[in-house]
Design a protein. Sequence first.
Length: 127
Amino acid sequence: MEQYLIDTNVVSDYFSASFSTAGMQLMDSVIDAVPILSVISQIEILSWKTDSQTEQQVKNFILDSTILEIKPGVITHCVNLRRSKKIKTPDSIIAATALAYAYTLITSNEKDFKNIPGLKMINPKTL
């Protein structure tokens, strides 16, 4: 069974229901199977400035998620990406996490992750 790493921007789009029906169905199935996030996405999501109701929804989402830490395999992939591509550190950690765990990255920000060898991506906005 394919596993997915959810990028930060997708969480925001999911909470605002800004995907097509097919995109929302994909996200519903991924989230129902326990959402998986990089620790970077956890930090970014918890840093959102929002109202108290949304903040609680975000905290509950994080509690229901599996958070992947930055382990040696992630570091190796991240260093290789940073040396070979012009990519920001948070994005390189997210991509490296997907590569290290062989997960498909769900992102609506494909441009930041394009041309990364071996990285599988799916964009719920294009479904």
